[in-house]
Design a protein around this ligand. Structure first.
Ligand code: ATP
Ligand code: MG
Length: 569
């Protein structure tokens, strides 16, 4: 590839729309361009990197026994009605009608389509197991698209679906996928961790997320410093605290006090001279159209995933200001356990059971209770684990110290069980001739997110430092003076030799200052730069620069390939 004929529109300025390094760099390096919110064009350089990630994924999936196919992006509503998800998927599902008025959606995922395929062709246990995958564009109408390819609306995903006759077979495939994912993310140069993840309504430890460790990650990960425990903070279990038993009364008197305009935990506690851990925070939710008050300590956060599971709810959302006012008789910020209407189910976190003489909203504008105690002042509600784990909580497995890290979820493997096959009637005949639902697993990788995560972890102030296996080009040859015919032909000779041995190389033959060439090569993160200048003509020597260390060596033209290969390996 010749740079002068190629299309790499780099930017000097940092684009205002980008918040995190990978997004900024992908824009600046001319890898992607935004078309509309969450919609991107993959420019040639970006596409090259994406294709390399895909190639790695394809190779490891094939090796692990999965078989590639390709399903349509547009899916008929009928299949989604069968699984029940047409009504439950929510607004991420982009629905539309065709010219005949029939309902369709853009596939955010493909369980329905693949289950439909499999039910038509699998008859007996002899046809199982089967593991199918595709690499394809998905559409999810994300509420907050951001960070470029990290959370786009249209994005490329590898999604695999396995079909088994027995749990043991599902376990085997799950393990094979787990191993394949580790190899994939290692090859992409990522520092990652597989963590236990939420399984929604299915339960059990049947799901792992592959998290790239990064400050900018949207997910919290609870890692134990002593044992191998690592879980998404959405899932991480919090053991009820030991120490003072529940409902032990305090000594203070129950009083209603004025707290004019003090709504947040900070405002109220500072005003009253209390600590956040002395206040009970009351949050109103709507779970399947029914009101719920969730109570947690002021310094804790409600974990909506856990709350949803405790309630056994299909849907859960925070109540709007109007609803809160109607239910509690007070504006948002003054809700509390005393005096809630009967219809509100009250669920409290375990930590709340051990509180005494606490502060809580009075369900009255500008008022809170202080000196509140369970049993003495109010009947205790039901207590569950409904909060997000913190670094002060012990490891739920070994009691060790928990560290909270941030992670970018690049992959997700999941034992689905028979959720879709039962709903859609995908059965097989077992060895006794009895029809049973097929047992499924599903396994996703965000291709664009993986490339973006690699950049998030591998960059410096100059630009991207691509891990060689996913670099758009492995080598760039920068010619100092392209008008010098001899210099140019020497560079071309190196170019031909390297390309001939299968190295992805771009020849920077632009008639621009060397400084510009160097800056661009560093910005776009090519792992190795070969600089062909005067010394090449006089002494047969070129400069070879390793992007990751920025170390330059002088190398004889005949040794260039050897030197490059040692850097790339
Ligand atoms: P998230 O919690 O980040 O929304 P998810 O749980 O919805 O992810 P899955 O349905 O498991 O994601 O999809 C499989 C993979 O697809 C994810 O691990 C992620 O790498 C990728 N992915 C999901 N949503 C997006 C998106 N909006 N943009 C880019 N990649 C995505
Ligand atoms: Mg999502």
């Amino acid at each position: 590839m010749r740079y002068s004929n190629y299309f790499i529109p780099t930017l000097k300025e940092v684009p205002a729309e980008a918040e995190i390094a990978s997004h900024k760099l992908m824009l600046r390096a001319g890898m992607i361009r935004k078309v509309a919110s969450g919609l991107y064009t993959y420019l040639p350089l970006g596409l090259r990197s994406i294709r390399k990630v895909e190639a790695i994924v394809r190779q490891e999936m094939n090796r692990a026994g999965s078989i590639e196919l390709l399903m349509p992006i547009v899916q008929p509503a009928e299949l989604w009605h069968e699984s029940g998800r047409w009504d439950h998927y929510g607004k991420e599902l982009l629905r539309f009608k065709d010219r005949h008025g029939r309902n369709f959606c853009l596939g955010p995922t493909h369980e329905e389509v693949i289950t439909d395929l499999v039910r038509k062709h699998i008859r007996s246990y002899r046809d199982l197991p089967l593991n199918l995958y595709q690499i394809q564009t998905k559409f999810r109408d994300e509420i907050r698209p951001r960070f470029g390819l990290m959370r786009a609306r249209e994005f490329i995903m590898k999604d695999a679906y396995s079909f088994s006759a027995t749990e043991a077979s599902l376990d085997d495939i799950y393990q094979a996928m787990y191993r394949a994912y580790c190899l994939i993310f290692e090859r992409c140069g990522l520092d990652f961790r597989a963590v236990e993840a939420d399984t929604g309504s299915i339960g059990g430890h049947a799901s792992h997320e592959f998290m790239v460790i990064s400050e900018t990650g949207e997910d919290g990960i609870a890692c134990c410093a002593s044992c191998s425990y690592a879980a998404n903070t959405e899932l991480a279990e919090v053991k009820p605290m030991d120490g003072t038993g529940p409902f032990e009364p305090g000594t203070s008197e129950l009083k209603k006090v004025e707290t004019p305009g003090k709504k947040s935990v900070d405002e109220v506690t500072i005003f009253l001279g209390k600590k956040a851990m002395e206040l009970v925070k009351t949050l109103i939710f709507i779970a399947d159209e029914r009101p719920v008050a969730a109570l947690v300590r002021g310094d804790h956060e409600v974990n909506e995933v856990k709350l949803k599971r405790v309630l056994g709810a299909e849907s859960l959302e925070m109540a709007g200001a109007e609803t809160v006012e109607k239910l509690t008789g007070a504006p948002v910020g003054f809700a509390g356990p005393i005096g809630l209407p009967m219809e509100v189910r009250v669920v409290a976190d375990h930590a709340v059971a051990c509180m005494k003489d606490f502060v809580a909203g009075a369900n009255e504008g500008d008022a809170h209770f202080v000196g509140l105690n369970w049993k003495r002042d109010i009947e205790p509600p039901e207590f569950h684990d409904i909060r997000v784990i913190t670094a002060h909580d012990p490891c739920p497995r070994c009691g060790g110290t928990i560290e909270i890290k941030r992670g970018i979820e690049v992959g997700h493997i999941f034992k689905l069980g028979t959720k879709y096959t039962e709903a859609m009637g995908a059965t097989f005949l077992d060895s006794n001739g009895k029809a049973r639902p097929i047992i499924m697993g599903c396994y996703g990788i965000g291709i664009g997110r993986t490339a973006a995560a690699a950049i998030e972890q591998n960059h410096d102030e100059r630009g991207i430092i691509f891990p060689a296996p996913i670099a758009p080009f492995e080598v760039i040859i920068s010619v100092i003076n392209v008008k010098d015919k001899k210099m140019m032909s020497l560079a071309e000779g190196i170019y031909v030799a390297l390309s001939g041995s299968g190295i992805d190389v771009v020849l920077d033959d632009r008639d621009v200052r060397p400084g510009v060439k160097f800056k661009d090569s560093e910005l776009i993160g090519v792992p190795v730069r070969v600089t062909v200048g005067k010394k090449a003509l006089t002494e047969g020597i070129v400069e070879v620069t390793d992007r990751s260390t920025m170390e330059t060596r002088l190398v004889g033209c005949e040794d260039v390939q050897c030197e490059i290969e040692s850097i790339l390996r």
